[in-house]
Design a protein around this ligand. Structure first.
Ligand code: MG
Ligand code: MG
Length: 256
């Protein structure tokens, strides 16, 4: 993926548009989350997301993205699938599965990008610990989105939070700047060294997305050329918010 080199600092007005975009994206994720139960297909989840997009006159930046063009409006990644899973009528959610839903919205030219992972019915203790730790890493990283810090502080927060709890962070897929493009500079890995990288400035917007694996940090891509799975097929999870740096506290754009 090409993130470019230009860091696009957003104006107050642009941040308001991104916030509106993020609010719609949050509505999509809430709608999809409500549908998650045994017997539902991942294509059903995609259809529900598309209805919300349509209602708001928006579209997903995922659909048609890259090569081969991504064929759906959300990514649905089940169990060992970490990210970029393709919704399918054949993929029926079963009791005990965990499913990551990643959604993007383009509203008035600005992208919001957010994801959660949820259990289907009752899930194992191991799976629920994975979800808690991955979401915890997201909020630890968001708390670093402050003037005075650098991108390396965000990366290090994710890595420390996850690895101190005995789990693994992905090496190949990263958090990223977001704005007029889904992927902009800066690229922010899920691992790194505090005090390094680009200084954070008000108006910088980053989609922070810890991707966490139980057994290994290694991944591979399935033959569909999209779905990323853990190399050892251990469970994986993924949480994401688009977040703006301000003069004060970090502003999470992708909440209701
Ligand atoms: Mg995403
Ligand atoms: Mg993203």
């Amino acid at each position: 993926m090409n993130f470019g080199r230009q860091v696009n600092v957003k104006t107050t007005e642009e941040l308001q548009t991104m916030r509106a975009s993020g609010r719609i994206n949050a509505e999509i994720l809430a709608t999809v989350k409500n549908l998650i139960q045994p017997g539902v297909s991942t294509a059903d989840l995609n259809a529900a997301a598309e209805e919300v997009l349509k209602k708001h006159g928006c579209y997903s930046p995922f659909k048609g993205y890259s090569k081969p063009p991504f064929p759906a409006s959300i990514c649905t990644s089940v169990n060992e699938e970490m990210v970029h899973g393709i919704p399918s009528k054949k993929r029926i959610l079963r009791e005990g599965d965990i499913v990551s839903v990643d959604s993007g919205t383009v509203f008035q030219g600005f992208v919001s990008d957010s994801a959660f992972t949820a259990g289907v019915g009752v899930i194992s203790e191991e799976a629920s610990r994975l979800l808690e730790i991955t979401e915890g890493a997201l909020y630890a990283a968001i708390d670093k989105m402050r003037v005075g810090n650098r991108t390396g502080d965000v990366s290090a927060a994710i890595q420390e939070y996850v690895e101190s709890r005995g789990l693994h962070v992905t090496r190949e897929y990263t958090s990223h700047g977001v704005g007029r493009q889904m992927h902009e500079a800066p690229m922010v890995p899920n691992f790194g060294t505090a005090g390094t990288g680009l200084p954070l400035r008000p108006g910088m917007t980053i989609a922070i997305e810890p991707m966490v694996l139980i057994g290994t940090h290694e991944t591979r891509v399935l033959r569909d050329q999209w779905t990323v799975i853990s190399a050892d097929k251990s469970l994986t999870a993924h949480f994401e918010h688009s977040v703006a740096v301000t003069d004060g506290d970090p502003l999470i754009l992708t909440v209701p």
